[in-house]
Write a protein that binds this ligand. Sequence first.
Ligand code: FO1
Length: 315
Amino acid sequence: MTGRAPRIVALSGGVGGAKLIDGLARVLPPEALTVVVNTGDDLVHWGLHVSPDLDTVTYTLAGMAHPEQGWGLAGETFGALAMVERLGGPSWFRLGDQDLGTHLVRTAGLAAGRTLTEVTGEIARSLGVKVKILPMCDGARPTRVDTPLGTLGFQEWLVEHRGAPRVSRVSWTGDATAGPGVVDALAACDAVVIGPSNPYVSIDPILALDGVRDAIARKSVVVVSPIVGGRALKGPLAEMIASLAGRAPSAAAIADHYAGVLRGIVIERGDGRPDGVTTLETATIMRTPEDRACLAQVVLDFVSSRPWGRASAVG
Ligand code: FO1
């Protein structure tokens, strides 16, 4: 990996993953970075195809993301939502006015016969994003969660029910074929970086696609732990680790979850070091653009400097 920038494929869900990708985009030339994004969160809402994680990554790289929320757009307004509410339509999933433009363009593109991969590329280019953003697949591959309320769609569980019902199983329906370019990018890259995303509902959907695990079997795969100080950086991950793995949330639980895939883990300073996997302790919370770039550079240095052995088989 000397003499040229390493070719990195980053696997990502929404907010946490997007921040690290933004950092990677700040320190790598655009042609060195490909992002494979979870589409298990996608839904059809108000008749429109909404791809929350693709949009979060795209808006973040375009510098347009809502600064506090992470998802949606900065300076968003909700006039259409107010009208939908007035007309008695569903308002539990809040689509903003500008964001609606993206869903209209995506839905029209798909209706005209273009693929999600093509439409995603067009949207990213129109917003000035140079990094290649690939949906994990072109077909519908919705994530479902089993809960005491029954099996729920992902957004139904996370947003409508506020992620409260205990999750006993995560599954996917639909076609497991990876999107065009996904397996090739993984096969050709120097390293795979998994951002601080939820392993169960953001990264596992990607790893579960045909050919993905094989493509990364001999790669340097490094994850940034989404558990810091025993707590999830965002969302209901801590509760999911308890209900799905039967243990307390920790960086070790994350390392064990990715056993067989992972070569290295980046954890917050002072968090317990997982057994059986090369570990780097650093500051992992990304509050500013500088934090994002700094963590990304630390991750790249880690990836390119370690004498990587076989993928960890801890757990
Ligand atoms: N999250 C919420 O908590 N409430 C919402 O109403 C909501 C709407 C929404 C609309 C577009 C979009 O791209 C994302 C949106 N999100 C909302 C975030 C989304 O549910 C999750 O953060 C991701 O799917 C998880 O990565």
